[in-house]
Design a binder for this molecule. Sequence first.
Ligand SMILES: Cc1cc2nc3c(=O)[nH]c(=O)nc-3n(C[C@H](O)[C@H](O)[C@H](O)COP(=O)(O)OP(=O)(O)OC[C@H]3O[C@@H](n4cnc5c(N)ncnc54)[C@H](O)[C@@H]3O)c2cc1C
Length: 294
Amino acid sequence: MDFTPNPDHEAIREGVQRVCSKYPDLYWRQKDEDHEFPWDFYDDMAAGGWVGIAIPEEFGGGGQGITEASIVLEEVAGSGAAMNGCSSIHLSMFGMEPVRKYGSPELVNLILPGVAAGRLHTAFGVTEPDAGTDTTSIKTRAVRDGDEYVVTGAKVWTTKAPYCDYCLLLVRTTPKELCDGPTQGMTLLLVDLKDPAVDITPIPKLGRNAVVSCEVRYDGLRVPVSMRVGDEGEGFRYILDGLNPERILIASEALGIGKAALRKAVAYANNREIFGRRIGQNQGLAFPLADSHA
Ligand SMILES: Cc1cc2nc3c(=O)[nH]c(=O)nc-3n(C[C@H](O)[C@H](O)[C@H](O)COP(=O)(O)OP(=O)(O)OC[C@H]3O[C@@H](n4cnc5c(N)ncnc54)[C@H](O)[C@@H]3O)c2cc1C
């Protein structure tokens, strides 16, 4: 890898920092306390083109890649917005990659321009109470009925579900025991989260409360076959094109949070005085802080 500073990347950092500087720590604390989605931050990021940075230019995005998207999220996290800021835009950045790669032209045109512009919100429904890392054990099933699938089951931790128009949902179309291998027999559907057959319940959690994660129940939801992404039974292979970049983005967010934490620690150590001296002058604190500048 080439780690030489790149002027384009520096320009991305500066552009994102400019937006984030309008949203201080107090803003994020208030949003977290109020369990309120950061709409003004989100709209600002969308207007700046940062939400759609990785969506191809032909759909109104920035046409950039995972490195550039990672820089955006590292800077958002590093501003102090941390996961409340990152999770508000995270899924729009690469989550719809399986649709771009495998979806029909109609689906691609339905989803990507809206996501790139920030006006269409999408969720990702993979995890279930008994199937997180063990994804092939999902139980949510879709049964074909003419030109529709009928979806029944429950997902957990579906982030942003109440604000989303569509969810990219991984379902079983063939029971695992009837497949040649566990990763077969799963299918990706784009489902309408506003349908009355969908029930969304927020999950109480300890932090990142500006962005809600939910239990989502699907009780006989009818999904047109035209909303299927790619071929039936290939969903697991497709979803990896969303999950793999997502993990890289999350690592960048963690890096940004680390930088923000260090910045706060250095400032505190330089200001806090006890026993007549700043605590940063004590060796035990000065060593790690000095290392942080290495
Ligand atoms: C805030 C938040 C938001 C989320 N948003 C979404 C979302 O929008 N959509 C969605 O579908 N999911 C979402 N998730 C779910 C997330 O992707 C899952 O939590 C994750 O896949 C892990 O699943 P699990 O929690 O069931 O952990 P488990 O599968 O129970 O695993 C628990 C731990 O054991 C480890 N482990 C498991 N098996 C092994 C092994 N063989 N060897 C070594 N270690 C192992 C795992 O790495 C993990 O650390 C979200 C989760 C959180 C907390």
